[in-house]
Design a protein around this ligand. Structure first.
Ligand code: FES
Length: 87
């Protein structure tokens, strides 16, 4: 599990292995637009302010992955214990 802090909402959610970041943040009341929910369309792309996403999508190109400043919430996870999202 890892923690996601929703910066604008001021809430922390725990993401367990059985749920996606998308499901976890929606459970906390965050509104995120989605379409494919399979990491291919980019609709759920969300700014990341801290932490290193474990990118599992097929949307971002290499330099975007390396920047660690956004992530696809429906499939990507975290490399570390904590991510801060601009939500
Ligand atoms: Fe399509 Fe997340 S909803 S990439």
């Amino acid at each position: 599990p890892f923690e996601v802090y929703l910066r604008r909402m001021g809430r922390t959610v725990t993401v367990t292995p059985d749920v996606s970041v998308l499901e976890a943040v929606r459970g906390a009341g965050a509104e995120v637009l989605t379409s494919c929910e399979q990491g291919t369309c980019g609709t759920c792309l969300t700014p990341v302010s801290e932490g290193r996403p474990d990118h599992r999508d097929s949307v971002l190109v290499d330099h975007q992955r390396a920047a660690n400043d956004c992530m696809v919430l429906c499939v990507s996870r975290s490399c570390g214990d904590r991510l801060v999202l601009d939500l």
